[in-house]
Design a protein around this ligand. Structure first.
Ligand code: ATP
Length: 207
């Protein structure tokens, strides 16, 4: 029997006086990815914030391994990586310090050498100790995405992970998501770009 690990049932999201979407349901099992498309302002980020428990749905519910995510709370948050719309870095800290900070907050501290290896993988070798404010937008995005290889979590929720990336970095992100799915991970990803994943992918469009 297929085990549905991540399930949404009849979700509705209201922002202001507008219902962005309603009746949204999906079931994802290990190795599957949900790719969310939609125009600017259609509700993609609002959906992801709902998926990670940062916003409550106006109706419907989310289930992780058969249990409602609001009953799991911290237990659920420990299962996921959320990479939001903005890189979420501290400008005065360097790339290495930002990752150390994020990993400590996530209760998954990592060694300096593992962090340097991850930064090397995202093409930031030699820039590990530059203040983040001196990095380009694409480089900041790469620092944020280096968490994907440092944290070991089954659910990835990624808001526009390809934004600001050049084609080589975008390819790395796509391959990294594929490797995650190959290991039995699950992902929900918004994008305005084409994303050629090899694994089972379901596409939905907001709005
Ligand atoms: N707290 C809020 N109060 C009122 N309206 C909001 C709130 N948060 C978001 N919105 C509105 O909800 C709509 C959806 O926003 P959202 O950020 O989810 O869109 P999006 O699809 O991610 O857009 P983009 O592609 O530009 O990132 C927008 O019109 C936005 O202005």
């Amino acid at each position: 029997m297929e085990v549905k690990l991540f399930k949404a049932l009849n979700l509705e999201c209201v922002r202001g006086d507008r219902s962005l979407f309603n009746g949204l349901s999906f079931h994802l099992k290990a190795g599957e990815c949900l790719v969310i498309h939609g125009d600017n302002g259609s509700g993609k980020t609002s959906l992801l914030r709902t998926l990670v428990g940062l916003a409550a749905p106006a109706a419907g519910a989310l289930y992780w391994h058969g249990r409602k995510i609001d009953s799991l709370d911290e237990e659920y948050r420990c299962q996921l990586i959320y990479a939001g719309h903005l890189p979420g870095l501290k400008e005065e800290l360097d790339a290495e310090e930002n990752l150390q900070f994020a990993l400590t907050l996530a209760n998954e501290p990592s060694s300096v050498s593992a962090i340097h290896t991850a930064l090397h993988q995202v093409g930031l070798q030699g820039k590990e100790n530059l203040p983040t404010r001196l990095l380009s937008e694409g480089q900041k995005r790469r620092v944020s995405l280096a968490r994907l290889v440092l944290q070991k979590r089954p659910l990835w929720v990624l808001d526009e992970p390809l934004a600001a990336l050049d084609s080589k970095a975008a390819q790395w992100v796509t391959e990294t998501i594929d490797r995650h799915l190959c290991r039995g991970g699950i992902a929900a990803v918004t994008t305005h770009h084409e994303m050629k994943l090899k694994h089972a992918t379901y596409h939905i469009t907001c709005g």
